[in-house]
Ligand binder design. Structure first.
Ligand code: T1G
Length: 694
């Protein structure tokens, strides 16, 4: 049964697309549309055709799942050309989101009407693509160059009212049934004798010279390293001077090149990874979740205040508890400042801030949090202190409340063992700064109950964050892998690569920041404290040697004005410090390490393959359900470039066999202690397998 059906109402045909969940333009939909156009054309009594969709949205674009195989006819540009060439009046009736190919289909129609709460957009750039079915030529014709550039390079949809003003749509339907409003609109056009208005015949309004170069400058930082944005700009430039069909042919060429690119493969991988991250295999369907209306946060430090703010911004009642009055005051001030920042950036209204602050309570007494639904502990990263907090919580907090710890590395089972209710204990590892970073590692203890895990996932969504369910091991997923990445970035210093050379190599690779700049930002003392608590560190005097020496000198990084780098008063820009280079050289001499010049490629391989090897071990140990969860942790928690898909996807694209060979080489040259290839890596290499297939 075709997902495209037609019914006639007098001289108006209603063509309905029904392809759940988002009416994507699968091959069947494209074929269905072509035959619907042919039927309408062959029907003399039909004067107008309304193109509408059932379900929750208008067409949300091409079917991204089809991109990994050769395109099948009818191709979307041909479908759109057939619609536009029709002598019948085609009217797109839009609800939900008309995105990508969906908006291109709508622009192939002669008129567009949308519900007030509908939105339209070209999100292809988020997938490393460009609109590939005439969108880059039609959008400037209806909305002008500037709007076209903004919409296609930002990828952000615009609401119906704004789209009407810019000319992308013609009418906003009043409340009530969309099909009725569209039928009335069609009636008006028919009775008015309006001829089909073909977008391809419109001309693009002339623009100020320099508009394109100004735009390139404006987006340069945000789109650094990405291919699709520049392709979009060139297509829009052509819309001003190149005939439509020729420009469309060029657009198609660019689209196909983008679709075959590494970047698009990676971004499409991330798109689907983000939609499978919440799927926990053993969670029973329809499990009853617990309430999370009220939350207590224990510890009013930076993390605690950030977590409390996130809960308040999500509409929760929050009690912030700290046993130190001054600390509590500082925490409260931090929360107020975060709201003020939100208001300044237009993300929070004044009223939202007032409501949020009104829902905040502070206390130094545990009995005040006895009735909350959820507690998140965010005190020092010290097991003894955490155990003490959890035994207090166990005594005071009502049964059925969820007791969560924000620990970034410590053993959830040990913490749960400080209570008589380990089933209610879970890790909720927020990333710093908690009010900004999307990622939460939801750490399952061996006894954490299913409904607590399910509730944690919903809670993460409510905070507009991404909850990734991981197993309990030292450092869970993110920080455990960070140890290998950081280890190599430290060893490379001793071997002869300067801090700024290492950071530049990795930011060129696409990391948001280099490892040494990150160390200075987070504070070298933080890592130093965690390492001093560990009993399982490798017996290797080179392990984090420079970070240790700097910490012992009180050079913690930005917070002390110097760490690996210097920070001129007030500035956060890292400046190389000759003193540090001398210190590194001396330490290398003491350790008998012969320094050498190291190229950018080796720096990247040592640090990134360090991630891949640890990621393979994590998969082997069953700490994650799928390798793409590891990719999302590193993209959303540590600034790994989205356009490379995450460390495990990146390994797949390099070829696991090549990665394995290089790891064996590193094991020989540097240390089997660190580079002994995990069995899984060897097996995948030998079988030609990929992490994403596990
Ligand atoms: N193709 C295939 N599957 C899709 C899809 C798509 N375009 N969009 C969504 N899905 C699946 C998704 O994987 C999930 O599946 C389910 O639908 C619900 O999605 C030719 C080249 C529309 C705003 O980039 O932005 O057109 O997990 O969880 O939060 O020039 O989906 O249930 O199995 O996201 O309500 C351009 C991508 C394509 C839009 C709805 N279009 N989609 O959000 O639901 S390229 C896009 C979205 C293109 C043309 C170019 C969102 C949404 P499952 P969801 P949602």
């Amino acid at each position: 049964m075709s997902p495209v059906t037609t019914e006639h109402c007098g001289d108006i045909a209603i063509v309905t697309v029904d392809n759940p969940p988002v009416n994507a333009l699968s091959q069947a939909v494209r074929a269905g549309l072509v035959s619907a156009v042919e039927q309408a054309n062959a029907e003399p009594k039909i004067k107008a055709v309304i193109l509408i969709c059932s379900g929750r949205t208008f067409i949300a674009g091409a079917d991204i799942r089809e991109f990994n195989r050769p395109p099948e006819p009818p191709h979307l540009p041909d479908v759109i050309a057939a619609i536009e060439a029709s002598t019948k009046l085609f009217i797109a009736a839009i609800h939900g989101t008309a995105l990508g190919g969906g908006l291109e289909v709508a622009l192939g129609c002669h008129h567009r009407i949308a519900r007030p709460d509908a939105s339209v957009g070209f999100p292809e750039v988020n997938l490393g693509l460009i609109p590939g079915a005439t969108g880059t030529q039609r959008l400037p014709r209806v909305a002008g160059v500037q709007v076209a550039l903004d919409m296609m390079v930002s990828g952000r949809p615009v609401r119906a009212d704004k789209a009407k003003i810019s000319g992308v749509i013609d009418e906003v339907a009043e409340e009530g049934e969309l099909v009725d409003a569209a039928t009335a609109y069609a009636r008006k056009l028919i009775d008015g004798g309006v001829a089909p208005r073909r977008v391809r015949d419109l001309t693009v309004d002339p623009v100020e010279p320099g508009i394109f170069d100004d735009f390139r400058k404006k987006i340069a930082k945000k789109t650094h390293g990405l291919v699709a944005p520049e392709q979009i700009i060139r297509c829009v430039e052509r819309s001003l001077s190149v005939p439509f069909d020729e420009a469309v042919a060029q657009e198609r060429k660019s689209f196909l090149a983008c679709r075959e690119s590494e970047q698009s493969a990676a971004l499409r991988h991330v798109f689907f990874a983000e939609r499978s991250v919440g799927k926990v295999p053993d969670l029973k369907k329809g499990i009853q979740e617990r309430k999370t209306e009220t939350m207590a946060v224990i510890g009013a430090g930076t993390m605690g205040a950030g977590i409390a703010y996130s809960g308040l911004a999500a509409g929760m009642q929050v009690v912030l508890l700290d046993n130190d009055e001054a600390g509590l005051g500082r925490g409260q001030a931090t929360i107020r400042a975060l709201f003020e920042g939100g208001v300044a950036r237009g993300r929070v209204t004044e009223k939202g801030m007032a409501d949020g602050l009104a829902r905040l309570k502070t206390t130094q007494h545990y009995p005040d949090i006895a009735d909350v639904d959820l507690v998140i502990e965010a005190v020092f990263e010290n097991m003894a202190i955490k155990k003490e907090v959890f035994s207090r919580l166990d005594e005071v907090v009502r049964p059925g409340a969820i007791l969560a710890t924000n620990t970034s590395t410590l053993d959830i089972d040990q913490i749960a063992g400080a209570t008589r209710r380990p089933k209610d204990v879970v890790g909720l590892h927020f990333f710093s700064p908690a009010h900004v970073m999307r990622l939460i590692e939801i750490v399952r203890g061996s006894e954490t109950s299913q409904d607590v895990v399910a509730t944690a996932l919903s809670f993460s969504k409510r905070l507009r964050k991404m909850g990734v369910v991981v197993g309990n091991c030292f450092g869970f997923v993110g920080n455990r892998m960070l140890y290998s990445y950081g280890r190599e970035s430290q060893l490379l210093l001793l071997e002869g690569a300067a801090p700024e050379q290492i950071d530049a190599a990795l930011t060129n690779f696409g990391m948001a920041m280099g490892p040494h700049a990150v160390g200075d930002l987070a504070g070298l003392d933080v890592g130093y404290k965690v390492r001093s608590e560990r009993t399982d560190l490798p017996d290797d005097p080179r392990f984090y040697r420079i970070a240790n020496v700097l910490s012992e000198m009180g050079r913690f990084g930005q917070k002390t004005g110097k760490g690996m780098y210097l920070y001129e008063d007030g500035s956060r820009a890292p400046v190389s410090d000759p003193e540090v280079q001398e210190l590194i050289n001396n330490e290398a001499k003491t350790l008998g390490i012969k320094q050498r010049s190291i190229d950018e490629n080796e720096i990247v391989e040592r640090c990134i393959y360090g991630l891949i090897v640890e990621g393979a071990r994590i998969i082997e140990e069953g700490i994650v359900y799928r390798s793409s969860d590891i990719d999302l942790v590193w993209i959303n928690g540590y600034g790994f470039p989205r356009f490379r898909g995450g460390p495990m996807f990146y390994a797949d694209r390099l070829g696991v066999d090549k990665v394995y060979a290089k790891v064996c080489d590193f094991s020989e040259r540097f240390s089997p202690l660190y580079w002994e290839p995990p069995k899984l890596l060897q097996e995948l290499a030998e079988q030609g397998g990929r992490f994403s297939e596990l």
